[in-house]
Design a protein around this ligand. Structure first.
Ligand code: SF4
Length: 221
């Protein structure tokens, strides 16, 4: 496992690689962001952006999503995986926002997770990106990179990964580190083909060293 100094050095190197890491889901307000993040489960940000480019022209408020039938909304997002359930959750979310939150998105993570289709990861993204409240959302990239490097244990749950990262990273860097870890996992330390030979973190990385010796991913089973 990496010590605190090594983690600091890894984060600095990742920051050098991706200084402009940011949320890649297009949105212009917190409500649009929660819709976009909800749509992004098991789907690429690029596809979500393609769909929301049209969706956000048609639907601007919670009321708008409730003025159409479920079938119409499903049709508007049908190129996205799990679109039937996602459309149902969006309409339930809009109903709850209007009935319990005066039509506005709550700024509190625990309140956000009460909304249909909004889990802890989505809530962390929303508070961090839309409300500038420090948070670390652990998605598949953040989890994979943290475990490969040895910041977290292979057996850690997503919640344990989040808590470890919150302990190891200064609070002022939670949000930006979250984006940088996502970029690092999405574009460099990819699930199937990590770029170990050219990786500036190889000297720290237990998984990279194994892969370079030809024992690829033995701990990832
Ligand atoms: S050495 Fe390989 S596995 Fe380790 S962080 Fe770099 S790309 Fe990922």
């Amino acid at each position: 496992m990496l010590n605190n100094t090594q983690i600091r050095e890894c984060l600095d190197k990742i920051a050098d690689m991706f200084p402009d890491a940011h949320c890649e889901l297009n949105h212009s307000n917190p409500f649009e962001l929660v819709i976009a993040v909800s749509l992004s489960a098991q789907c690429t940000d690029a596809l979500v952006n393609k769909v929301t480019a049209q969706l956000f022209k048609k639907y601007k408020t919670p009321e708008d999503y409730l003025q159409v039938s479920l079938e119409e909304l499903q049709n508007d997002i049908r190129s996205i995986g799990l679109y039937r359930n996602k459309a149902k959750n969006i309409q339930k979310l809009c109903t709850m926002l209007l009935e319990q939150y005066d039509g506005k998105l709550p700024m509190d993570r625990d309140e956000l997770t009460k909304l249909p289709g909004v889990g802890r990861k989505t809530a962390n993204v929303v508070v961090s990106v839309a409300f500038n409240i420090p948070a670390i959302a652990v998605d598949t990239h953040v989890e994979r990179v943290s475990k490969r490097l040895g910041i977290c244990r292979w057996k850690d749950s997503v919640l344990e990964v989040e808590k470890t990262l919150m302990r190891k990273i200064p609070q002022s860097e939670w949000s930006v580190s979250h984006h940088r870890l996502i970029f690092f996992g999405r574009y460099h330390c990819k699930a199937q083909n990590p770029q170990c030979p050219s990786c500036p973190l190889l000297e720290y990385c237990r998984e990279g060293k194994k892969r370079m010796k030809g024992k690829a991913g033995i701990n990832e089973q």
